[in-house]
Write a protein that binds this ligand. Structure first.
Ligand code: HAX
Length: 434
């Protein structure tokens, strides 16, 4: 058994009595109340999920296992000669709550090399889809197509005990994680690089290998290490995390669950916003005949967008009430590596104008940028200009968090999710509307 799996097993055994005790001794303690606004309004702020993998504070932003983004990036083992840490180390952190040693990280890196072979039929499935299919559809389909490989589904058929289910869920999840960069790079090069493909390099880590298979030189490898870590987890209530958790709660395996979560990520109000930001900015460039917009032109464009009943992509958030630290981490990278980039300057200018406009507009509770306002610029700079691919990149990162969560879901025996719905008549009765 690998060091990661051994450590995870110990952590699971330590944790289980905490959940059991809460349920047995404190199960009826009230922790919140629910309003009609929450019931109609997408359950905003309703406390109804448990995860120890990350926590999102409205002002401070995300903490991974209790650590802020700068703390996480600092403490994870670095790839030799590189600015960014191993993504493999972040997987270890999310799963166990501990920072790994160099040796533990290298072990996962090696393990991924053994697990990453994608079944050949997946390429056939992708190749048989119309070439103009959205890359997120291809990505999610590829994950779903592999469901026949599921060790969890097999173990269930053979009668696995509830308490052991985390084990095959872990095995499936690690197999999926090892293969996602291979699948994503294949889709990219099939669609946008004349169907030419670059085999993985056994000397490289998770992020480095992905950059290599995309065919993009350093520092794109560091870009992707940062990107996958930043996008990994954002607690459990966001659409991709919640969907993955919900589907897995029916004891669907990791393939079914992740594919469903990716479909949620593909929505423009969620992960697709990173594509929408670029599409929106490029539309402005086109309207101005390729000219870089002035501040006044940007303001007018924002107001035109709002007046036509659309949202400004990359701004606002259901939980955050300040600038997303994932936005800031990417901004710092740009300031260091390409401060004069034209698109980066437009994005910076947007940061100066959009919050005031959204405040004046008076609707959005959070006028500040989220992660998606920035991620496209970095990709664009390094030559990934096919912006409909951006959400696939988000999907690789997000898989790390959501799969970690469903392993823990099975470890702690969380039940099938089944909230209760009410009718409008019932709400009117509660509201005492005559
Ligand atoms: N531009 C214009 N209007 C906005 C807005 C924006 N960026 N953000 C919120 N609003 C509007 C909402 O549409 C809503 O309008 P209605 O009352 O007419 O329905 C109102 O302000 C109140 O919304 P809210 O409570 O502030 O925000 P929600 O929690 O309902 O929604 C969203 C959060 C992220 C979906 C929202 O801010 C949005 O649509 N932003 C733009 C799309 C985007 O960037 N999505 C990515 C978010 C991060 C993420 O999940 N990444 O994957």
């Amino acid at each position: 058994m690998s060091s990661l799996k051994k450590k995870l097993q110990v952590k699971i055994e330590e944790h289980r009595p905490r959940t059991t005790r809460l349920l047995k001794e404190y199960g009826s303690k009230v922790i919140d109340e629910i309003t009609i606004k929450q019931v109609i309004g997408g359950m905003r702020g309703m406390k109804s999920l448990v995860t120890d993998i990350s926590y999102l504070d409205p002002i401070e932003g995300i903490r991974f296992r209790g650590h802020t983004i700068p703390e996480t990036l600092k403490a994870l083992p670095k790839v030799p000669g590189k600015e960014m840490p191993y993504v493999e180390g972040h997987i270890f952190l999310l799963l166990t709550g501990d920072f790994p040693t160099d040796k533990e990280v290298l072990e996962i890196s090696e393990e991924f090399k053994e697990r990453r072979e994608v079944p050949l039929y997946v390429w056939d499935v992708l190749r048989n889809m119309p070439r103009d299919t959205h890359p997120m559809t291809m990505f999610s389909t590829a994950v779903l197509a592999m469901q026949r490989e599921s060790l969890f589904a097999k173990a269930y058929r053979e009668g696995i005990s509830k308490y052991d289910m985390w084990d095959p869920m872990y095995e499936d999840s690690m197999n999926i994680l090892a293969r996602l960069p291979m699948i994503a790079a294949y889709i990219y090069r099939m669609k946008y690089r004349s169907d030419t493909h670059i085999p993985p390099d056994n000397e490289l880590d998770f992020g480095g290998n992905f950059a290599h298979m995309m065919g993009i030189d350093p520092p794109y490898d560091d870009v992707m290490r940062l990107y996958f870590i930043l996008h990994s987890d954002h607690e459990s209530g966001n659409v991709s995390a919640h969907t993955t958790h919900l589907v897995a709660s029916a004891l669907s395996d990791a393939y079914y669950s992740l594919s469903a979560g990716l479909n949620g990520l593909a929505g423009p109000l969620h992960g697709l916003a990173n594509q929408e930001v670029l599409r929106w900015i490029q539309k402005l460039f086109a309207e101005l005949g390729g000219k870089v917009p002035t501040k006044e032109e940007l303001k007018k464009y924002c107001w035109d967008t709002l007046s036509s009943g659309q949202v400004i992509p990359g701004y606002g958030h259901a939980v955050l009430r300040a600038t997303d630290p994932r936005y800031m981490a990417q901004r710092e990278f740009c300031l260091k590596h390409f401060p004069d980039d034209e698109l980066f300057q437009v994005v910076s200018l947007l940061y100066e104008v959009v919050p005031d406009i959204l405040k004046e507009h008076g609707k959005a509770k959070n006028p500040w940028p989220n992660v998606d306002a920035h991620s496209g610029v970095v990709q664009w700079h390094y030559g990934v200009r096919e912006y409909d691919f951006y959400t696939v990149l988000f999907g690789i990162g997000r898989a790390i968090g959501v799969l970690s969560n469903i392993i823990w879901d099975r470890a702690l025996g969380y039940p099938i999710e089944r909230p209760k719905s009410v009718t409008t008549d019932m709400l009117e009765k509660d509201a005492e509307i005559k």
